[in-house]
Write a protein that binds this ligand. Structure first.
Ligand SMILES: [Zn+2]
Length: 66
């Protein structure tokens, strides 16, 4: 039978914390770095989003069109 400590050790081994950069699709700048938990062996990809700067710009553009 496994003890709780052994179980905990196993779960620690099967997943790991990684820092995933978030890249702005508009300007290509890394605007935030998130902590993610991954299963060991999982392929890591950067995530894309929009940085606050481009978001404000896009919002302003949208308001202009209206
Ligand atoms: Zn941007």
């Amino acid at each position: 039978m496994e003890t709780d400590t052994e179980k905990l050790k196993k779960s620690e081994k099967s997943s790991e914390q990684k820092k995933i950069p978030k890249i702005c699709s508009w300007c290509g700048m890394i605007f935030s770095i998130d902590d993610w938990e991954f299963k060991t062996g999982h392929k890591i990809h950067v995530t894309h989003g929009i940085c606050p700067k481009c978001f404000a710009k896009e919002k302003a553009e949208g308001e202009k069109i209206k």
